[in-house]
Structure formats: C-alpha cells, structure tokens
Design a protein around this ligand. Structure first.
Ligand code: C5P
Length: 234
C-alpha cells in the first residue's frame, strides 16, 4: 500500500522545459520531457498532498489525477508562478529544465533569411528560479519551514565526480534536498528510467535504485516527507 504520509501537505512542483521566444514562431528550448516532475506530482497526490504543477513544455507525460496544472512558457513566467505560489506551499520542488539564457530581444515579426547569412542571436541571462526561492525564504517572503528541493543533471558516474558536483551544487543553491541525476549517453532526458542520489543539506546521501521515474518519485518523496515538519502531517 502507498504511504499516506503527505495528507494535506501543499506541494508545488515545476516540470518540463522552458521555451525562450526568438520571434512569434521560434524559440530556444530543450529536450526535457517533464516525466520526472509529472511522476512526482502524481505520486505526491496519491500520498494525500495538495499538488500544484507549474508545467513548461513536455512530451507525453500523461495527465496526473487530482493535480492543479499551471502552464507556462518561459523561465520568467515560471519564476513568477513559482515565487507567488511558494508563499503558500509546504514543499517546493524544482524539477523543471530551466533555460539559463534567453534571446536578448524578441523580434515582433518572423526573422527573415538575411542576405548576409544568419544573424547572430544575442543572449541574456535568465534568473535562477531555485536560488531565488531560497533567497525569498531567507527574506521571509516564503515560510521558513517550507522545504525546497532542487535537481541536478550531471554527466558521468559516481566515481566520475557526479556526487562531488552534486554536493557543491547543493551548497551553492542553498536548497534542503538535491536530487542528483546521472545524465548523458541516453540517460534520464526523455527516457523512462532514471537513477541517482538524494543529498540533503544536513549531510544524508541516499542512493536511488535504477528504475522507472515512478519508482524514483516515490523514493524522492520518502526523503522529502522526512523533512516536512511533524505538525503538518496528521
Ligand atoms: O545549475 P543547474 O541548472 O544545474 O541547477 C539545476 C536546478 O536548478 C534544477 O532544480 C532547476 O530546476 C533549477 N534551475 C532554476 N533556474 C535556472 C536554472 C536551473 O531554478 N535558471
């Protein structure tokens, strides 16, 4: 039987990839399928949580039952939705693949093939949504006991520094829990299976079994549930 250990807990999850417009018909995007974030939303709802999913672009992740879905396009739209909704959330999980950069300007008309060959695309830096949420919490805009979870997609294996990169990222981002995914060579992005580790700010490191994103979601939520303040769970 599924544990019902998140009953009434308000869980906010971002999933999928952001799209950064170049002109009315083109964008810069990524290959995120959204499947891991959607699996987390589904699993959290099954464990009794009240789940809101802020969803960027996805491919075929299925519609989770009993989950409120808010569709967004760009990183800045995702940031606005996450920052606002985090104020009334007990757990915030950034599973989305957020574009680090966006075109500096969005052309109002479709960009034409120029006589001088391709025009360069100039980029501006997007906000780091996860780091921003941690800052918002420190500044009191988000409740101090809200649990903030990040993801890290790292290439390589445990010996190849994936864990070291994960530990450094956990410190740099300041979140409470970081899910480290081993990616590259066909792993994680767009696939059905996933594996990795869960690192907590208090130094716990838990290996995740290789398996479906549903199984990953359930193991990740076990770790998240252990960080949710006792008073919240009935
Ligand atoms: O630094 P990196 O992109 O590897 O960090 C990944 C984590 O940070 C993920 O949880 C992702 O959702 C989040 N992120 C973000 N805003 C960005 C880039 C990444 O919130 N601009």
């Amino acid at each position: 039987a599924l544990p019902y250990d998140l009953a009434g807990v308000r869980v906010l999850i971002s999933a999928g990839g952001t799209r950064e417009a170049l002109d009315p018909v083109r964008y810069l995007g990524n290959h995120s399928s959204g499947k891991q974030g959607y699996a987390l939303a589904r699993a959290a709802a099954q464990r009794g949580a009240r789940v809101t999913l802020v969803s960027g672009a996805t491919s075929d992740p299925g519609t989770p039952a009993s989950v409120e879905i808010v569709d967004v396009d760009s990183a800045r739209q995702m940031q606005a939705e996450m920052a606002e909704r985090a104020k009334s959330s007990d757990v915030v999980i950034m599973a989305a693949a957020v574009a680090d950069f966006r075109p500096l300007s969005v052309s109002g008309a479709k960009i034409k093939k120029g006589d001088e060959g391709p025009a360069p695309i100039r980029l501006d830096t997007n906000p780091d949504i996860l780091a921003g949420l941690v800052q918002d919490r420190a500044a009191g805009r988000i409740p101090s006991d809200t649990v903030i979870v990040g993801f890290a997609a790292e290439t390589g294996d445990a010996d190849g520094g994936v864990l070291d990169h994960g530990r450094a990222k956990l410190r740099r981002k300041g979140c409470d829990l970081l899910v480290v995914n081993a990616v590259g060579g066909g792993k994680a992005f767009g696939t059905e299976d996933n594996t990795g580790w869960v690192l907590t700010a208090d130094g716990r490191e838990t290996g995740l079994p290789f398996g479906s994103k549903t199984l990953m979601a359930s193991r990740i939520l076990d770790e998240v549930a252990s960080l949710v303040p006792d008073g919240l769970v009935p």
